[in-house]
Design a protein around this ligand. Sequence first.
Ligand SMILES: [Cu+2]
Length: 156
Amino acid sequence: MRKTLLALGALLSFSGTLAAHDYNLGTLHIEHPWALAVPAVSPNGAAYLVIHNKGSAGDKLLGADTARAGKTEIHEHLHKDGMMKMQQVPGGLEIPAGGEVRLEQGGYHLMMFGLKQPLNDGDKFPMTLHFQQAGDLEVEVHVQKQAPSGSAEHQH
Ligand SMILES: [Cu+2]
């Protein structure tokens, strides 16, 4: 019952800023690109999304670009020597055939360096994703204060 209500909420999109939005590109399905709102003084930010690959061939996210920042890199968080570090993912992010890749807080993310404008809750801005096989896709990134509620069922 709870799951049904959640699904219905996503379909009807009651809330403007928290509305789910998604994209299809070939066999790829991209779910709800969003970025965490950051204080105006922060020079950097991070964007998140989920990529499903419904095809029988793998693909790769090679990178992303947005005019909102000077440079965007694919990053991952690592626990090393008891420290939380992040680093660029070398060579891009594999999206296995029939699988998914989740970019979410504490894991993979799209790191935006040198923000041209602060990321304020409710802002929306375009970002282009570069896939090795599927090509380029422009998505709209929604700036939010917290992770999308739709991802709650995936939390551990
Ligand atoms: Cu990072």
